[in-house]
Design a protein around this ligand. Structure first.
Ligand code: HEC
Length: 155
């Protein structure tokens, strides 16, 4: 029988485990984000430094909503957004957890109610704080598909 020799993969997992004397610092609020409203004990926030023009905030998807739009949004979300937002939309992605980003919870109906579709579309396009803008990566249709999908977490 061959003696057990740790492979590179096993070794790197061990190194990771050993290196993970993980600091337990709680995730801090991103700079510029202030509580905009308070519902019960829970804090709601709209980033104070977001200045979204009224005509952008009022934008909506001109297309009628379909099952294909929902499916396309889900496909793109799983590909590009789950590393931070998590497949469950709560912000549970490994990348955002690892970076200790302050994440919105898409399943939270009061959070959803703070935003218009146009505002979400604007942030998705331009980015904000650690949220990367997708202007160059996605078509307007793909971005609207994603907004519908983001909305569906709280439906
Ligand atoms: C690198 C991690 C990361 C990735 C990848 C990412 N997001 Fe975000 N997202 C964030 C963070 C952080 C916030 C909170 C930003 C803030 O405080 O305004 C956010 C916020 C949002 C918001 C709410 C607007 C806001 O400012 O809070 C929406 C909608 C959103 N993301 C959609 C998406 C979609 C759709 C994708 C995939 C195309 C995506 N995000 C990819 C980190 C990420």
């Amino acid at each position: 029988m061959r003696p057990w020799i740790p492979t590179a993969a096993v070794t790197s997992v061990l190194v990771l485990l050993l290196a993970c004397a993980c600091p337990t610092k709680p995730a801090s609020e991103p700079e510029g984000a202030t509580p905009a409203a308070t519902a019960g004990a829970r804090e709601l926030r709209l980033p104070a430094d977001l200045d979204i023009p009224a005509n952008e905030a009022l934008k909506t998807d001109p297309r009628p909503y379909t099952a294909e739009i929902q499916a396309s949004g889900e496909r793109t979300f799983r590909l590009m957004c789950t590393p931070c937002h998590g497949a469950d939309g709560t912000g549970s992605g490994q990348l955002s957890q690892g970076l200790r980003l302050a994440m919105p919870d898409f399943t939270d109906a009061p959070w959803q109610a703070q935003w218009s579709d146009g505002q979400l579309f604007f942030v998705l396009t331009q980015g904000h704080e650690s949220m990367p803008g997708q202007d160059a990566r996605l078509t307007d249709e793909q971005k609207w598909d994603l907004i519908h999908y983001v909305r569906s977490f709280a439906r």
